[in-house]
Design a protein around this ligand. Structure first.
Ligand code: ADP
Length: 625
């Protein structure tokens, strides 16, 4: 098959987050399977010179954007069996930033999408499938169906659109987008391009692509609810038979503690001694008190609300009372930069932070920490928890999205699990689980080692997920029959650790966690016993400051639970600090690149059972034509 990826970032060339990891790792794996895989990405001035020097100039042409004509160069680089095309225009991409500051994102990425399509006949590359990623590529499927599909070269090309994060949608004024992309008035209805009075590049991708995927099975379910749906849940429900959740993999070569050159010492699941050296080196590097007995908790990621940092804010002092150390690496909101800067001064030798994009330090944190904290409000997939496990660092996560698909809380009775989890978006629940993890670290070293080894030997490679993508590509081009998303079991069975029969589970002494687990165990017949998440508390502490951060969503809006994962789920659903106790549809607007205020509209509010208007690609494409 001939497959074209269009994406705004891709490792090793340019990265701000997980999107780059996914594109950069999936493309070579597909190429290894024998497919002709090519990737198109903007040529940012931030791409390191070493790569720019390797590129060859293959093409230049003009791209028409409304009344303007813009230069477009195509630079090419071949690596690991993949052809990378870089879209060159200094005006749009020769800036000191990748996203966001100029106020002309609609034009930059409108240009990118049009340039990708215009380049194809000139490159004489006619892909079977264009796989577009996130809102920056959302206009690729839309422009293809609306403006190009009548041309013989483009008519047979199918499209897949992958949501890496539904929160970022690329919302702009309709007039501005019309101005650059020349999309007529008839296209601006809510079944096509219009979205709450605005243009929305992500919605364009969702409406006009042949198939939609997202990066974990749980997130695929969650985004069809009003709470997680970011006002596009109605559309996603309308297309629910074409929304697939495929768990991301890891680049297991890049993240390999047995060969990692960034580390003070390498180590493996069989011989963990190097990990202690990595911990000592990290404590020294970050100016923490060097002490092998104090558990070090790591956090690497964007400093944004999504990552649950307001929970950490709420209970940071209490966390420090548990005699742990905290290492934070991230860039993002000034609120959290200020918080961690303050914390570093308030707890010298115990909290250390770096506000930088530093991949080498990230590796040393994954290796040198004992635990990795990810209390995300929502998490489409999350790579960091998988990287942490690969480095024998035990994840402590909130049960949401890809986190719940990859981390199962240790169960003292069955011995299952590979980390520690909590469900409510509640700071004290998080604190409690950190305490449990610290207790295991100190008092049950055999269990700790078992969890480390489980994480390190789990298969996080792309192989399985890449096959799933191939299956879907084959489905959309008509080579095989497309199965309904509800049919296949999409979470790789081995991803969530289960206790091998010979591993004796270990009794844990903590009463709070033990009691509910014992009660549940007594209720279930032995052979039907579902997996338990024993680190859950029976009830959240009353009147805690953290309660301000949680809210309740109506029961019918909760995402469906994966029954194989948990014994029982508490009634509450997570919520944002800002939206405490508000019904999900009254959630305050999210921070997006939105320019204009969006009026309320029915599109995403239709309950599932009311059968919202079908907005399938075929229909809309026809209408557009
Ligand atoms: P998201 O895509 O939401 O940002 P993910 O967990 O999916 O989060 O992926 C984040 C990736 O970016 C991980 O590989 C993580 O190690 C990396 N990362 C995030 N922030 C930094 C940073 N400041 N320095 C180095 N790597 C980072």
């Amino acid at each position: 098959m001939k497959i074209l990826f269009t994406a705004s970032e891709c490792v090793p060339f340019i990265k701000t987050g997980g999107l780059a990891d996914v594109v950069g790792a999936l493309a070579p794996v597909l190429a290894q399977e024998g497919h002709d895989v090519r990737v198109m990405c903007p040529l940012y001035s931030k791409i390191p010179e070493q790569y720019v020097n390797e590129m060859t100039h293959v093409l230049d042409f003009e791209v028409t954007l409304g009344w303007r004509k813009q230069y477009c160069g195509i630079e090419m680089l071949k690596q690991d069996g993949v052809v990378y095309y870089f879209i060159d225009n200094k005006f749009y991409f020769g800036r000191s930033y990748i996203y966001g500051l100029g106020g002309d994102e609609y034009e930059r990425f409108g240009f990118f999408c049009r340039a990708c399509l215009n380049a194809l006949p000139l490159l004489d590359f006619q892909p079977d499938v264009i796989h577009a990623h996130d809102w920056q590529s959302g206009m690729v499927p839309a422009l293809l169906k609306i403006q190009y599909a009548h041309l013989p070269f483009f008519s047979g090309i199918k499209t897949m659109f992958t949501i890496h994060n539904l929160q970022y949608q690329g919302i702009f004024g309709i007039r501005e987008v019309q101005d650059v992309l020349g999309l007529g008035d008839s296209l601006w209805t809510d079944d096509k391009l219009e979205c709450f009075g605005c243009a929305n590049y992500l919605k364009a991708g969702l409406v006009y692509s042949d198939i939609i995927t997202t990066v974990s099975p749980s997130y695929a379910e969650e985004i069809q609810t009003a709470y997680y749906g970011e006002r596009l849940d109605g559309l996603l429900r309308a297309r629910k038979h074409e929304v697939y959740g495929i768990l991301n993999g890891l680049d297991v070569v890049e993240y390999d503690p047995s060969k990692d050159a960034a580390l003070a010492a390498t180590y493996s699941a069989d011989d963990l001694s190097g990990k202690a050296a990595c911990k000592k080196a990290l404590q020294e590097e970050m100016k923490l008190t060097v002490d092998p007995d104090i558990p070090v908790i790591g956090m690497v990621g964007r400093l944004s609300n999504q990552k649950g940092l307001d929970l950490v804010d709420c209970v940071l002092g209490d966390m420090m009372e548990k005699n742990v150390q905290l290492v934070v690496l991230g860039m993002g909101e000034s609120r959290y930069v200020n918080l961690f800067e303050w914390a570093q001064n308030a707890f010298p030798g115990r909290i250390a932070c770096r506000f930088d994009m530093d991949s080498s330090l990230a590796h040393r944190i994954y290796a040198g920490c004992d635990m990795f904290l990810m209390p995300s409000q929502f998490e489409p997939c999350g790579l960091s928890q998988m990287i942490a496990m690969r480095y024998g660092t035990i994840p402590i996560v909130r049960e949401t999205g890809g986190l719940r698909d990859t981390v199962l809380s240790y169960n003292e009775y069955s011995g299952e699990g590979n980390g520690f989890t909590f469900f409510n978006y509640n700071a004290h629940d998080m604190l409690y689980v950190v305490g449990i993890a610290a207790e295991y670290y100190h008092e049950h070293k055999d269990v700790w080692k078992l969890l480390q080894q489980r994480g390190m030997t789990t298969d996080f490679s792309w192989t399985r997920s890449a096959n799933r993508y191939i299956e879907l590509y084959r489905g959309i081009i008509g080579e095989t029959e497309l199965k309904d998303p509800s049919e296949p079991a999409e979470v790789p069975a081995e991803t969530v650790a289960e206790a091998p029969a010979e591993e004796k589970p270990r009794k844990k002494t903590t009463r709070k966690a033990a009691k509910p687990a014992e009660e549940k165990a007594a209720e279930a017949p032995a052979e039907e016993k579902p997996k338990k998440r024993t680190t859950k508390k029976a009830a959240a502490p009353a009147e805690t400051p953290a309660e301000k951060t949680s809210a309740e969503a109506p029961a019918e809006e909760k995402p469906k639970k994966r029954t194989t994962k948990k014994a029982a789920a508490p009634a509450e659903t997570p919520a944002e600090k800002t939206s405490a106790e508000a019904p999900a549809e009254e959630k305050p607007k999210k921070r997006t690149t939105k320019k204009a205020a969006a009026p309320a509209e029915a599109a995403s509010e239709a309950p599932a059972e009311e059968k919202p208007k079908k907005r399938t690609t075929r229909k809309t494409a026809k209408a557009a034509e």
